[in-house]
Design a protein around this ligand. Sequence first.
Ligand code: AP5
Length: 215
Amino acid sequence: MSIYIFLGPPGSGKGTQAKILANKLRIPHIAMGDILREEVRRKTSLGIKIEKILAEGKLVPDSVTGEVARVRLSLPDCGQGFIFDGFPRTQLQAETLEDILKSQGRKVDKVIYFSILLKAALERLSLRRSCRGCGAVYHLKYNPPKHSGKCDACGGDLYLRHDDEEDVIKNRFEVFLSETKPLIEYYKNRDIVIQVDASKSIEDVTKEIFQALNV
Ligand code: AP5
């Protein structure tokens, strides 16, 4: 069983590394941000409620993310473990996750903390492009698509996320520092935190994670 939490500021590379590790371990990569953006894209009643919150880089209420997590983690593909990217982000979310897992007789194995400075995160996010079709993520400098504006995997159009404007990125970073960073202490008390230097190259961060997890 492998239950991993990826925790770190915006642009620290959580999504990029979660995809690589999930692929290696053949377990699902669950990205709370992707699930919430999909609700917005489909204009569901939840999506309409949270659209402004996402655009401003604030946190969606704990009651909403808790329910999303509960439903997602009950699906059979999570049976052998999963990587949760972007959840929990508050103390209450951490407690909710613990309750969900406890009811399934499981617990978090490791928390990977991606540490990075705001300046690097800003550069990464302003040049990030995401695919409208399959959600693949590129970086115009560090991980560019083969054909400008098009996804290598599915040929879909690439776009800049609404919340990747400088002011919103700064706000998201502040929210991370005030709401989410304290969780590191919470998990450190359980001795399950692995801190990685997320400012290194994609390949070097992957190496660091694989070594730390012994995979
Ligand atoms: P979410 O989508 O989770 O955004 P985030 O946490 O801010 O993280 P990002 O997706 O921006 O960055 P990342 O760390 O995954 O980096 P990536 O790998 O893409 O959440 C969005 C919003 O949803 C939140 O603001 C909030 O409103 C809401 N939300 C989500 N979860 C919530 C929760 N639990 N509670 C309440 N609200 C919630 O990499 C970034 C770029 O850098 C890419 O271009 C990539 O190619 C490149 N890159 C990656 N690694 C490297 C590297 N090592 N070197 C160079 N470039 C790299």
